[in-house]
Design a protein around this ligand. Structure first.
Ligand code: SME
Length: 206
């Protein structure tokens, strides 16, 4: 269809991503008007992804991965990709109070794009759950953050947490951090889903 590009969803359970284009000097144009326009001047796009209602956890992660892949494909800006991945996770996964990234900058973790309340800006390597993931290179799945030595409580409401390292050329370059107000919110299915997500699109985040 001219004037509108549709990304086919790899899963029939999620709606396709729809890209709508607006053109300079053409406020609020209709798709049909765009058909004759010079598409090289488009300035805005809109994506529309949504999780399926009543989807089980495996399905949610499959659909999240499909959406994340479509959103980040061909985009080289890592901050933009981290921002959109954070937003997708926030939209797809229930019972979260924080979801986002810390980036390894100058030997410490520095706050990156996220969804949720404001958070600690810098975390030393080895400190807290994020620092433990960054230092070890291993996912940290914490059922009870109050029992984790050195847990950093950015939000007193947090009860459980999972942190997945983003590794490039053998080095941890960032971590993906999810917090929940529910105890033991994250399990092995979450670990598998998030590790697969980072494995598949991690190169677009660094
Ligand atoms: N709880 C984390 C700190 C980051 S916030 O949860 C956003 C930690 O212990 O490293």
């Amino acid at each position: 269809m001219r004037g509108k590009r549709t990304f086919p969803a790899s899963s029939p359970r999620i709606r396709s991503g729809v890209v709508t284009m607006w053109f300079r000097n053409r406020p609020n144009p209709s798709i049909s008007r765009l058909a004759d326009a010079d598409r090289s001047t488009y300035i805005s796009v809109m994506f529309d992804f949504a999780p399926a209602a009543d989807a089980d956890k495996t399905t949610l992660y499959d659909d999240l991965l499909s959406a994340a892949d479509a959103l980040t494909a061909g985009e080289a800006d890592t901050v933009a990709n981290m921002a959109n991945i954070s937003a997708l996770i926030w939209q797809f996964l229930p019972d979260l109070n924080w979801a986002g990234f810390y980036r390894m900058v100058g030997g410490e973790l520095v706050l990156g794009p996220f969804q949720g309340k404001t958070a600690c800006i810098r975390i030393p390597l080895g400190k807290g759950v994020c620092g433990a993931a960054a230092a070890s290179g291993d996912t940290q799945l914490v059922e009870d953050v109050h029992a984790f030595p050195g847990h950093i409580a950015c939000d007193a409401a947090s009860a459980s947490e999972i942190v997945v390292p983003v590794i490039r050329d053998g080095k941890v370059v960032a971590v993906l951090d999810l917090d929940s107000p529910l105890p033991a919110r994250f399990d092995e299915a979450d670990r598998a889903g998030l590790e697969t997500l980072i494995d598949r699109i991690g190169s677009r985040l660094t």
